[in-house]
Design a protein around this ligand. Structure first.
Ligand SMILES: Cc1cc2nc3c(=O)[nH]c(=O)nc-3n(C[C@H](O)[C@H](O)[C@H](O)COP(=O)(O)OP(=O)(O)OC[C@H]3O[C@@H](n4cnc5c(N)ncnc54)[C@H](O)[C@@H]3O)c2cc1C
Length: 519
């Protein structure tokens, strides 16, 4: 991916008519763009910030059916998600893993309830099951989770779900779009919708946020995949459009693995606020969360509330022999769920269905809102199918069910590098050629200088933050360490792009301000 040459696709043919313009470069928009381009439509995706800067880099990182939704009786949602889980794991083996979860149980009733519930979960996954669930004794539970409190423990239920790296999946989708002839641009904001004399949408007004250059771009179809920002686009379509989204914030804290000391994850099915809480091993750390706090503010950089952090630490401390404290936190991140607004019961966000919604406005704006990372592929298929059924696009079959992002056949010296898919072998070649590039960017982080160089050459980062937060996960794994690594990373980025010292200084300043929000 090269941003300048992709922008040339807009400049070389100024009046070009695209088949599909997708607004929003999160899981939903990137999934829709890939579905569209692999069916053969001329496709352009515009993201106002970096790919997955919004909710899509701030998830719990699970590819799952959602045990919680089962207890809410949403069997169809869980069944569909479990099916998509199977497809996701098959198509992106380099970014996903089979994760074992342990549910500690403290009453005999819970032993029965969760054993039966998880058996049903297994049953719903059918042939795409990731492993059977089963009961284990208290002793076996402590063998698996040595730091679990054993007092009153009646045993545990073990089950399996998928885990992944959300922002690396997003950049993998972006790169697959480009490889298949699509154009995807980060730091390109849509500021308005173009309409013809009958009021039908015929394109967008967009701005390259980096150069400030304005573009008028024509398209047969415009798709609004902007998550919590969807109502902004609805208002571009119709000034008086009613609010459809109520954001609900979910917070996670990242801790050292000394607090879990296990490769199994813990799932607490019912916390004091009625949600589930996960503690999941991830890249050598533990991600603990999440919360569900209704908010009114919609921003790209949501901040965790003090009470949310306290709630997570307090709940984790109830189950772990070594309760984590504030000073143990390596990173805290918050994300916004684009839940459907319920004007009668605005506080009841936990009960709002996580099902996605596709709508077509009278002017032809197709919006896809809600859903889950796990189901991004199916959501995309349904969105493009709706455009075909409405007569906006000619009929072409969906091609993403068997779209393999990486075959995973490459033999690597360092297995960790498989997260770069086919790029892993190229990174190893860089290190072979110049062994110093095999040095880590910081001793507390797993990333080498060669990875940063490869990212700059292939994955279109624009800002320092793009590399440290989303191409690598340095910010999420250890915010302070990522700040210490920032000068080295900025110097590599400047060398690769030809930027000068002013750029480095400005980026370091911006990054310092950003990191403060994750500590
Ligand atoms: C705390 C939390 C945990 C979660 N955990 C999981 C999980 O474990 N597994 C799972 O399957 N799902 C999970 N989800 C759900 C999943 O993360 C979301 O469904 C998904 O990321 C939403 O993606 P999106 O593309 O719709 O929105 P976003 O990722 O927010 O993308 C929308 C994009 O639109 C862009 N945009 C907005 N306005 C404009 C404009 N005018 N011009 C150009 N671009 C614009 C934004 O910059 C943004 O990048 C979780 C959600 C939350 C909040």
């Amino acid at each position: 991916m090269n941003r300048n040459s992709l922008i040339r696709n807009l400049l070389d043919e100024p009046g070009k008519l695209w088949d599909v313009i997708v607004i929003g470069g999160g899981a939903t928009g990137l999934g829709v763009a890939l579905d569209s381009v692999t069916r053969g439509y001329k496709t352009l995706l515009l993201e106002q910030s970096d790919f997955s800067k919004g909710t899509s880099s701030r998830s719990t990182k699970l590819v799952h059916g959602g045990v919680r939704y089962l207890s809410q009786g949403d069997v169809l949602l869980v069944k569909e998600a479990l099916h998509e889980r199977g497809i996701f794991l098959k198509n992106a083996p380099h970014l996903t893993a089979n994760q074992e979860f342990v549910i500690p149980v403290y009453t005999l009733w819970d032993v029965i309830l969760y054993t039966v519930g998880l058996k049903f979960y297994d049953l719903l996954s059918g042939r795409l099951s990731m492993g059977k669930s089963y009961y284990i004794s208290p002793g076996k539970a402590i063998e698996r989770l040595p730091l679990l409190k054993s007092e009153g423990l009646k045993g545990a239920i073990v089950y399996h779900d998928g885990q992944f790296d959300d922002s690396r999946m997003a950049v993998t989708l972006a790169s697959a779009c480009v490889e298949n002839g699509g154009t995807v641009l980060n730091y390109f904001r849509v500021n308005g919708l173009l309409k013809d004399e009958t009021g039908k949408i015929k394109g967008v007004d967009a701005r390259d946020v980096i150069s400030g250059r304005e573009f008028r771009i024509n398209s047969r179809l415009v798709i609004n995949a902007t998550g919590v920002f969807a109502d902004e686009i609805h208002r571009m379509d119709h000034r008086d459009s009613k609010a459809t989204i109520r954001p609900s914030q979910g917070v996670h804290v990242v801790l050292d693995n000394v607090f879990l000391r296990s490769s199994s994850a813990i799932m607490i099915p019912k916390t004091d606020d009625g949600r589930v809480l996960f503690a999941i091993p991830w890249y050598g750390k533990v991600v603990v969360g999440t919360t569900d706090t209704p908010l009114n503010d919609i921003t790209l950089e949501p901040r965790a509330l003090d009470e949310e952090i306290d709630f997570i630490l307090k709940t984790a401390g109830k189950y772990l022999t070594m309760p984590p404290k504030r000073e143990d936190i390596k990173c805290v991140f918050a994300g916004l769920r684009p839940l459907a607004a319920n004007h009668e019961k605005p506080e009841a966000t936990k009960e709002v269905s996580r099902r996605h919604k596709i709508t077509l406005s009278p002017s032809g704006l197709l919006s896809i809102i809600g859903g889950k990372w796990t189901s991004y592929r199916r959501m995309a298929e349904e969105t493009i199918d709706k455009a075909i059924r409405s007569g906006i696009l000619g009929r072409k079959p969906c091609a993403t069910k068997d779209f393999r992002f990486y075959s995973g056949n490459c033999r690597l010296k360092d297995e960790r590098l498989k997260i770069y898919g086919p790029g892993a072998a190229e990174i190893e070649k860089l290190i072979d050629k110049d062994p110093e590039t095999g040095d880590l960017i910081d001793s507390r982080l797993p990333y080498t200088k060669a990875e940063i160089t490869w990212i700059c050459r292939n994955e279109m980062p624009v800002k320092l933050e793009d590399v440290l937060a989303r191409r690598s996960r340095a910010l999420f794994l250890d915010a302070r360490a990522s700040l210490d690594a920032a000068p080295v990373v900025a110097a590599i980025m400047a060398r690769e792009s030809g930027a000068g010292n002013d750029w480095i200084e400005k980026e370091l300043d911006d990054y310092r301000n950003l990191v403060g929000k994750y500590l």
